[in-house]
Each structure stands twice: as C-alpha cells, then as structure tokens.
Ligand binder design. Structure first.
Ligand SMILES: Cc1ncc(COP(=O)(O)O)c(C=O)c1O
Length: 462
C-alpha cells in the first residue's frame, strides 16, 4: 500500500488503519466489523471534528484528560517555546505538586516528595515498587502494564497469574504465592451484600473485609492497599464515607501503606485530590491525565516525607547499590511535558477551576438525573465533580456508546464491564452543550427501553 498523503480520504485512512494499526484493548474484528472508525482531525473547547467534517460533543475530554478543553493555544505555545533540555521545569513541577499535596493534607504531605513519570500505569508501577503484596477493590482499573494488569481479577490472565501458571498452577493457587487480593468497593451497587453483617453499613463491611484480607495474607507480607478514591472506569463510583477513615486505622495498625490511584480523579472531583472528599490522606498519591490536560504525557507519584525518611534512611553516607531506588523511566520529567504541566496547573489554579468544576459537575448531574432517572434500562445516575456515571440494568453500554456516537455525534464511554456509561466532560463544556449530550443519551436509552419491553412482551406471548 502506498504511503498516506496529506490529502488522504477517510477511506484511505480506514484501509491503512486496518492494515497497520493495532488498537489498544482492540481486536482486528473490531476494526473491520460494525464498529465504525471515527478519525478526528481538529477540536475546539468541548467540540471535535472528524476528517469528513462531522462535529462531535466530547463528553469524555479525550481519554478523560482534557480538563481545559481542546485546542488551547497557551499550552501549545509553552511547549513550542521550550527548546532547551534543562531539568528546571521538572524541579518546578515537583515543588508545585508537593505544595498542592501539602495544601490538601497539611499534616502529612508537608515536605512530600514527587517522582515524575510519563503516565498513570508507570506511576502505579513506581508506587508498587515500594511494595510486594497488595489489597485493592474489585472494579478497579490500574493500567495495563504487567503489574497493574495483574491486579485486576478480570484481566490477571495478562500478568502475574499467567506467568505463575506457566510455572506451576498449584503454586499460583496457593495463598502464599498470590501477589494480590481484592475486596468489594463500599458502594450499594458493588458490595456483595451477602458478605455484610447485620447492623453494619457499607463502609464498615468493606473495612472488615480489608482487615480480614490483610490478616489472611499475614500482615507482615502485605505492603499496600491500592484504590481509586472515585472509580473511573468502574463508572464514577464513589465510596461510602465511613470507609476510608476506618481503612486508614486498619492500615496503620498493620503497617500497610495506602496508595491512592488518583490518575483519573485528579482535579475532577471538585478537589485537587479525590481523597479530600473523605478527609483521609493516603501515604502515596499517583496522578496523571489532568496534570497536563492531556496535551503531553506526564504523571507523578507523590509520597509523604515519612516514607522518604524511612525508605532512604541510611545510617552511613556510603551508598550501596541496594540503598538506591532502582527505578527510572526515559521520559520521567521531560522538560516539554513539564512546562505544559506548569502552565496547565497555573490555569486551573489562577482561574479557580477546581471550585468551578464542582459547580459544573453538580449542574451536569442534575441534568442527567432529570432526563434519565426512571428510564427502564437505567439503574442509577451518579456523579462526583465532572466524573459522571449512568449505570444500566444489563451489559449494553458498548451498544449505547456506539449509537450515541454515530447517530448523535456525542462522545462518552462504555466501561470495561459494559454495564455503565462514563462521562468526564471538560470544564469548558457549556450548559447548552451538556443538555445536548443528555438529550442524545435520553433518545438512545429510551428507545432501548421500548425495544427491551417489546422483546419481553414478545417472549411472554410465546
Ligand atoms: C484510575 C486509573 N489508573 C491507571 C490508569 C492507567 O494509566 P495509563 O493509561 O496512563 O498507564 C488509568 C487510565 O485510564 C486510570 O484511569
């Protein structure tokens, strides 16, 4: 096939895509099959345009990254102007993030340390490097590199589980060689109620599961509890307010670190850190996505000064190889990414966007609830800041995502479990634009309800 020209048509691009590109979480059948390929060409604010000139409302902010919206000249300009390769910007980002963490949690995050990465999963790997055995929630998406993929029961075939099984299935199955275990999220739709004791609320039940899990594994071998404060891919799932204070006590008691995966939640919940919702400071925060509003890749691991002092507390000044943290990435602290992060943080801070985001989120949630609650296929409409979820009664989210995209030009996302639609609109989405998003969803979901009803009544007639 000849190389693509600047003037390539949609058909040329589709053919080339089918021939050459491997899509993440994809399969060749998905590229050829009914899922139509959309190729975006430009964007502005909350709008995107594809190569055939069709416009879309982006209620996902890219892959939940573009907090400030698309086509921000100020962010592109600072990247363009950053021509030298000094590390000053990385230093400034670390100081800035350490300051933001201290502002959110003065008692524990003052003097916090920051390690920069090029993305979220890399951050989880880095945080995980402080630990060997972890507990975490079901329904959680930590990333798709080896260690994060191993943490998901549904996808663990891709990581540790498959590797161990390759050696010896019985070794994997035995408790002593398991690397991860998980508990139910303290949320009414995701907690297995049969595991709850009488008189216990969701937060208390999950905390009890956590402690039971730590004790079962042997606390001395459990390094960390990893969780999202508000689950993103899980479908904007926030946690029962009693849970984290109890979890913190349990983790402290057993010497287990708390790692908050804030990769999705950073600057989306009406706070810088999602954990501010619960007033609980984790030991390690991992952020990414909104750190640069998606203009360039960057993530960060922020951890308490206590960990720093404990992990690198050398009695002598002579360093052995084993004293050094054996961890780094080529793109950590890249100066162009770092300068974009600084400009993005400036904009969010100077324009009071964290507070505004809380307000935008409340308005969006009201609109969604008004339009969608009561529809047959809708189980729950929920939201925290600009993380919004529409939980469905069955696993039809991918079909809904496609219909809304292709028929109404609205971008939202089916979660991995296909039972929920996730919306993370950029701060710049207007009320009128969000009304259009909610209208499109209403039209597709209400026609789905009618179809479902007719299918049921048909089967009853038989
Ligand atoms: C909560 C959470 N953790 C981790 C990741 C993985 O981040 P990355 O894709 O940058 O590796 C994601 C990505 O969506 C995420 O939402």
């Amino acid at each position: 096939m000849a190389a693509l020209k600047e003037t390539a048509t949609y058909e040329d691009l589709k053919a080339s895509d089918e021939a050459h590109q491997m899509h993440g979480f994809g399969h060749p059948l998905m590229q050829k099959g009914p899922r139509q390929l959309v190729v975006f060409e430009s964007g502005d604010g909350a709008m995107l345009k594809d190569v055939i000139g069709k416009e879309y409302l982006d209620a996902m902010a890219g892959i939940t990254v573009a907090h400030l919206g698309h086509a921000r000249k100020d962010l592109a300009q600072v990247a363009f102007e950053q021509r030298n390769l000094t590390k000053n910007n990385a230093i400034k980002v670390c100081e800035r993030l350490s300051g933001l963490a201290a502002q959110a949690f003065p008692e524990n995050m003052t003097g916090s340390r920051v390690y920069l990465t090029a993305g979220g999963g890399e951050g989880i790997e880095a945080a995980y490097h402080l630990a060997l055995r972890n507990s975490f929630f079901r329904n959680y998406y930590p990333g798709s590199t080896f260690i994060p993929a191993s943490m998901q029961p549904e996808l663990s075939d891709y990581g540790w589980k498959r590797w161990m099984e390759g050696h010896d299935k019985s070794v994997y199955a035995s408790n002593s060689h398991r690397m991860f275990s998980n508990i139910d999220p303290p949320h009414e739709l995701f907690m297995d109620k049969s595991k709850m004791k009488e008189g216990e609320n969701l937060g208390q039940a999950a905390a009890r599961q956590l402690e039971k899990g730590i004790l079962q594994e042997n606390p001395e071998t459990v390094a960390a509890f990893v969780f999202e404060p508000v689950q993103g891919d899980g479908g904007a799932v926030d946690m029962h307010r009693d849970f984290f204070p109890l979890a913190q006590k349990i983790c402290k008691k057993h010497g287990v670190l708390m790692i908050a995966d804030e990769i999705m939640a950073f600057a989306k919940t009406g706070h810088w850190a999602g954990m501010e919702l619960y007033g609980v400071c984790p030991d390690i925060l991992v952020i990414s996505k909104g750190l640069t509003s998606g203009y360039l890749p960057m993530g960060a691991v922020i951890y308490t000064n206590d960990i720093w002092k404990t992990a690198f507390n050398n009695p002598s000044t002579k360093l052995m190889m084993s004293d050094v943290w054996q961890h780094d990435y080529t793109w950590s602290g890249h100066p162009v990414c770092a300068v974009v992060a600084l400009k993005n943080l400036d904009r969010i801070e100077n324009e009071g966007l964290i507070m505004k985001c809380a307000g935008r989120g409340r308005t969006f949630l009201e609109v969604l609830k008004k339009k969608l609650e009561g529809l047959h296929v809708v189980q729950q409409v929920r939201g925290t800041g600009v993380m919004l979820g529409v939980d469905l009664i069955s696993v039809i989210a991918t079909d809904i995502e496609q219909k809304v995209l292709l028929e109404y030009g609205v971008i939202l996302r089916a979660n991995t479990n296909k039972h929920c639609l996730l919306l993370t609109p950029p701060y710049v989405m207007t009320d009128e634009q969000f009304e259009r998003v909610a209208d499109a969803l209403y039209k597709v979901l209400s026609s789905w309800a009618t179809l479902a009803e007719s299918a049921i009544s048909k089967s009853r007639q038989h």
